[in-house]
Each structure stands twice: as C-alpha cells, then as structure tokens.
Design a protein around this ligand. Structure first.
Ligand code: UDX
Length: 475
C-alpha cells in the first residue's frame, strides 16, 4: 500500500562533534522547524554542554513545537589533532555511540520518520538501514571537497598517490572529474592524502564514512558550484543545495518574523563582543580579520611568523587566537597567547579568543579575511563579499582554498608558506595593491549568494523541494 503524506514528520538530526558541523545542522534544523516538522536534535554530551553554556539555543528553539534536544555519550575526545585524531574519533564513535544511537531511534516516541545524518558519520546511515528508516546525508563541506574525497579511490587506482615529497606538491591530479586542469597534489585533503604509502589508514578515513544514499543535502549554492554538482549528480542524482545556510535562515526569519536583527549564535566558546566596539572605531575596509576556525593548531613559531607579517604590513587586524591552538615543538598545548602579542594589542591590532564571526565579517571596517578555509568561514566570507587570503590547514580546506583562489578568484593563496615576508606581501596585495582584482568578483558572488536564498532563488526553491519531498516521503 502506498504511504500517504505525513503531515508533521519527525526527523532526527545528528551532527558530528565540531563547531562547523553543529553550526550547519542547527541552521538546517531551524529551517525545518519553520516548515512545521518535529525535530529531535542529537548532540554529543560534551558538545551540548558547551553550546548551552555559551548560547541561548535552548530558549530560541523552545518556541518550536515538537523540537527537542537529546544528548548522546561516546565522544570524549576534546583535543583536536588532525588525521590521526579524526580516525580515532570515528572509531570511538562507531564503537561507543552506534549502539546507543540505534536504541534511541528504535525507542523514539513519536516514531522517527527520517534521519538526517552528518555525511562524515557513516554509522548513522548504517543504523538507519538496519532499522529501515530513510535517511538523507547532510554534508557540511563544499561540493568540491566532497567530490575530491569521493574520488580518492580513483586517484589511488590511477597511481597518482602517494605524493612523493615536497617537490611533488605542484603535480596535477587528473582523476577528480571537473578538476583535471587545476587540482594539484597540495590541494588534496590535508593530513589525509599526504601519506607515504597507500596502505596508510588515514588516506581513506573520510572516504570510508561516505555512503550511497537516496539523497544528499549540501551547504552550497548552484551558482557557486554548478559544474562540480553536475559531476556529483552522475553518482547521486538527488542533491539538495540549500546554502549558504546561515544566510538562508536569516532571510527566512526576516520574511516570516519581520525581524531586522537576528542573533543566531551557535558558538561552543564564549564570544568576546568587545571587538565589535573596536571595529566601530576603525575606517571602512581598513581591517584584516584573521581566524583559523575551531580546530586548527599551530606552532609558536608559525604564530610568530603571522604576528610579524601582520605587524610589518602596517594594516590593522582583528585576530582570533584560541589559547589551545598554540603548541610547542613537542606538540603540547601552550594554553596561552604569547605575551608579546598581548602587549601589541589595540595599537596594531586587536586579539580575542573567540569572535562573533558572522557579525565581524559583515562589519564595514573589515576589508579582508586571512582564513584556514573551513567551509563555514569560506561561505560566511563569500556572503559578506570579503576577499580572502588562504592558509588551509587540513581536510577539506585545501580544496576550498584552491577553488577560492583559482576558480572563483576571490582571494590569494599562501601556498602553505608560513613566513613573515609572505604574510606581509599577501596582506598588502589583498588590502591595497591588488584590491581592484577582487572587488568585482567578491561583490558579484555575494549578490549571487543573496539571490540564491531569496524567494525564487536556486537554494530557496531547493529547500521548498526538500520540504515537499520529506512530507511526501518521496526520496
Ligand atoms: C570544521 C572543519 O575544519 C572545516 O574544514 C569543515 O568545513 C567544517 O568543520 P572549522 O575548522 O571550525 O570546521 O571551520 P569552519 O567550517 O570555518 O567553522 C568555524 C565556525 O566557527 C564558523 O561558522 C565561524 O563563524 C565560527 N567562528 C570561528 C566564530 O563564531 N568565532 C570565531 O572566533 C571563529
């Protein structure tokens, strides 16, 4: 017997334990709440405690009928380290969280109609198949990086990996369809592909989490990634591109609730808003915003190269330094911002431990963004029309950086050279000498992003289709 429409489906949403992932999936959850769906949002316990401590999400979501937060144990790793850490984390989640999650799904009341799992947590999809509930994979990374991860087995089969040392970094990789002419070894997923042997388990750690499924949601928009999305559609015909999610949610809330200002903080750190007051007193487009997201770690030496480069550029900067992001040569966290940097505050620039980033990027004083190219940061910069200097750190960020500079022409690439001279030149190029090159392309892309989430735009129409398909269970 054919199933009729389910008027108010109950959807489980489950993000991976990281700032970028929680951000995107909470925004998706709120968009689906606005469509009238019952949502259960599952968070890892430690992540949820931080979310509640630093934001008003509980109060904000309490207005949605049928919405609830639930927490799950099984991810205690708090100390981010690339590749090896991610692999350990995935193994731990699979062993500890999968059985708890399965029990939660089976015992759920009301019954679960749909699961939207994070694309990097394959076990969520496996559970859904085991208990017979339809799922959609949500990818918090760009289409271009998803496609690169997806194509790694073909790259290996074509003997284009492993990378043979530093001198091999500019070799072209020709086995990722749609990127044959510009994807270099250095642009492959950082930390995962820079291995000396193809039997290294890090090489496939993300790829292994990706499942075939009826549908994908990607936080992107057609006008930005159309050609790559066409490639992905050959393997996954049903893709919902509903990004940039942060802009989409803001636009929807404005139209429904006529809210002019909307606070959507989903921060896992305490936000320091004093930087907004500082920015208010700076001339238009005069400040470089510097932030490397929530996972990046760097040595004290790298930090000092950035510091000298920024100071020597003579441009003012607003710099986010999470104390736990600085390590010594043994890899231990220093847990502090070097004194020299704190003394330099205010006169040369302003340093905070965590900023209200979306608001910062939208501030008129910001003229550029030195970024690690995390996908949320990249989209936020695109929406704000701010050109970027790219210093990708790991995973998807390398591919994002390549697209920002080579394909979309929205910024400059540091080519992985963390040196004060390079930083100084890049800052001056972006803020002064080559500024003209980027003014048009950033303004154009920001406008396309705005249109995509406005009524009738590509992402807005796609969201309507997603809502309709879920109602009709039509995946
Ligand atoms: C991770 C991965 O590293 C990233 O590559 C992937 O695309 C998503 O998951 P993260 O490294 O934290 O995320 O980077 P990013 O995706 O840019 O997300 C960081 C988020 O934190 C952004 O939404 C940004 O606005 C927010 N942020 C960052 C703040 O609110 N304040 C800050 O001071 C810094």
């Amino acid at each position: 017997m054919e199933q009729g429409p389910i008027l108010s489906p109950h959807i489980l949403i489950f993000p991976a334990p990281g700032q970028g992932h929680v951000n995107s999936l909470l925004k998706l959850a709120e968009l689906l709440c606005l469509a009238g769906f019952k949502i259960t949002f599952i968070n890892f316990q430690n992540i949820h405690e931080r979310l509640v401590r630093h934001t008003d999400v509980e109060a904000r979501f309490s207005k949605y009928y049928g919405f609830q937060f639930k927490t799950i144990q099984g991810c205690e790793a708090e100390d981010p380290r690339p590749a090896d850490w991610v692999r350990k984390l995935f193994q731990e989640m699979e062993v500890k969280s999968k059985p708890i999650f399965k029990k939660m799904v089976i015992e759920s009341n009301p019954a679960v109609n749909y699961i939207i799992g994070d694309g990097v947590m394959g076990f969520v999809y496996d559970v859904a198949v085991e208990v017979g509930i339809p799922t959609i994979q949500m990818h918090c990374i760009s289409a271009c990086s998803f496609w690169t991860f997806f194509s790694i087995p073909d790259v290996v089969a074509a003997h284009q990996l492993p990378i043979k040392g530093k001198e091999d970094m500019d070799r072209l990789i020709t086995k990722v369809p749609g990127m044959e002419t510009f994807l270099r070894c250095r642009d492959l997923p950082g930390g995962f592909c820079q291995v000396s042997h193809i039997s290294d388990p890090n090489l496939f750690v993300i790829t292994k989490e990706i499942r075939q499924s009826q549908a994908l949601i990607i936080n992107t928009f057609e006008e930005l990634e159309g050609p790559i999305l066409s490639q992905i559609r050959i393997r996954y015909p049903k893709i919902y591109t509903i990004g940039p999610l942060h802009k989409h949610l803001k636009t929807k809330l404005r139209s429904i609730e006529k809210q002019e200002s909307y606070s959507s903080s989903t921060s896992l750190w305490e936000v320091d808003r004093t930087c907004i007051t500082w920015l208010d007193n700076q001339p238009s487009q005069s400040v470089l915003y510097v932030s490397f997201g929530s996972i990046t770690i760097m040595t004290r030496q790298q930090l000092m190269e950035f510091w000298h480069g920024l100071v020597n550029s003579k441009k003012k900067f607003l710099w986010v330094i999470r104390p736990e992001c600085v390590i010594n040569q043994d890899g231990d966290n220093l847990g502090e911002i070097p004194e020299q940097l704190q003394e330099g505050e205010k006169e040369k620039g302003y340093i905070v431990k965590w900023a209200p980033q979306e608001e910062v990027l939208a501030h008129k004083a910001i003229g550029g963004f030195l970024t690690h190219c995390g996908w949320n940061s990249t989209l936020e910069s695109i929406v704000a029309g701010v050109p970027m200097i790219c210093w990708p750190y790991f995973a998807d960020q390398q591919v994002n950086g390549r697209f920002v500079t080579e394909v979309w022409k929205l910024g400059l690439d540091m080519n992985d050279v963390c040196d004060r001279g390079v930083v100084e030149k890049m800052v001056n190029d972006l803020m002064v000498d080559k500024r003209e090159e980027f003014v048009k392309s950033t303004a154009r892309m920001a406008e396309l992003a705005r249109k995509s989430v406005s009524e009738g735009g590509s992402s807005s129409s796609c969201l309507n289709r997603l809502i309709e398909d879920i109602r009709l269970m039509n995946m």
